[in-house]
Ligand binder design. Sequence first.
Ligand SMILES: Cc1ncc(C[n+]2csc(CCOP(=O)(O)OP(=O)(O)O)c2C)c(N)n1
Length: 549
Amino acid sequence: MKTGGQLIVDALEANGTDRLYCVPGESYLAVLDALHDSPIRTIVCRQEGGAAMMADCHGRLTGKPGICFVTRGPGATNASAGIHIAMQDSVPVILFIGQVASHAKQREAFQEVDYVRFFGDIAKWVVEIDDASRIPEFITRAFAVATSGRPGPVVISLPEDMLTSMAEAPAALHYTRVETSPGEAELDRLEALLNAAKRPFVILGGTRWDSNAVQEMQRIAEAWSLPVGCSFRRQMLFDHLHPNYAGDVGIGINPKLATAIKQADLVLLIGGRMGEMPSSDYTLLKSPYPDQTLVHVHADAGELGRVYRPTLAINASPSAFVRSFARRKGQASPSWARETERLHAAYLDWSTPPETGPGPVQMGLILNYLGTVLPDDAILTNGAGNYATWVHRFYRSRRFATQAAPTSGSMGYGTPAAVAAKELFPDRDVIAFAGDGCFLMNGQEFATAVQYNLPIVVIVVNNGIYGTIRMHQEREYPGRVVATDLKNPDFAALARAYGGHGETVDKTADFAPAFERARASGKPSIVEIKLDPEAITPTRTMTQIRDKA
Ligand SMILES: Cc1ncc(C[n+]2csc(CCOP(=O)(O)OP(=O)(O)O)c2C)c(N)n1
């Protein structure tokens, strides 16, 4: 006989959990008590949104579910920010919530929420466990659900009395991974379509990739001379300096790349969903009927034909697909090889920053510098804001599992993600990017970095505004500024107050020494860059945007 809390921890261990992210609550004391004697590393965070984003980053970088524990009501609603990211970004996460005791349910008891309803639309599966003897069953199933098909978040509600009850239960078993592989008939058809194409284009996206699969994909691109783009915030899926890389299919796409995709006669979309952002609001591929021949490879049959009617649908995970397709011979000298070269040259040109721009700080040059000093396995994280445009455009990503950024466009993700990444990979450089607005959404997790001695570097790009929204405001309602000005703390002093290292950068030349001091400090650091708000995008200034409106 064991308590429900003990059975939960046993089932997590049986499923390979080695660390979890939490904010404690009196609603799940029995689980916390069982963790006391467990080898699972319990990472205590400062806000449940941050904890859930750490779990998301864990799932994103490892492919294994990130585990998060929070308390009922306000804990769960805070955590929902991270659950929404995991859902939109197809990342395996399991969120456990302490729930009110059974005798109090349905009375709107203290902090009571109906989680099935609350998370209904933003989680892959939501369940409440009422009988402790079924804990192994539900947890093994939760791992299977979170990782299979299109991965996503599972939410498990744990009534307090269930956690303290004693029960006899079978020993939990590790979940069985579900693979989805393409058939030979689909691969034959794809080969025929590729052989008949004149201007094919490949877009990589989604999850369920691994470093071997990324290598296989590179071999496929070489064998067929295919131009390859990475979907919004999936840049770690292809080496940007590989001659077949054509660029980032994201927000603010290179117009030459957009034209190439629109004019392609065949688009091979592997793993992605081509949502509103990567598809430039469904213009690169038209929904429901694309102009191009579309071959869509996705691990979830439900995604095939959901937004785009494909010519050929291949129900396979990206990794299983590339492993199978890499065995096909390819084409020795396809007619589009020159176009592939031209697109890579266009990418190199697009990702070369201008020397000048408004103000004394040039973000493009800073990203260029980071590209030269950071090792290929450095991990970059960010949230949402215009500052991220420079990161995505000018940092040339080289390797798998080096990027954690929400395709859902959630602010506040970069700092907690960096904390999780550094704790997972202590030997790798981990750099978080945040705007001044973005940082203060989850900057409290900088305290978690200090608590666990995780020397991340957070680059806070401070332009004194919610820049993205100001940009939209100036374009749609020029000169009528509302709710987008910010009065900020001294971020370097804030870092020191937390027990970290702080730097302030006012001009481009000061960045390199400040960054190196931060890296050498051995402490979690904030490097605040004071950016002229005029420098709102790499291509247009705020004044140009306002004047054009
Ligand atoms: C959680 C969340 N709240 C609000 C938004 C809307 N939003 C998108 S970008 C942005 C401003 C970002 O400001 P900042 O972090 O300072 O970066 P900047 O755009 O100035 O570079 C806002 C408010 C969002 N995407 N996510």
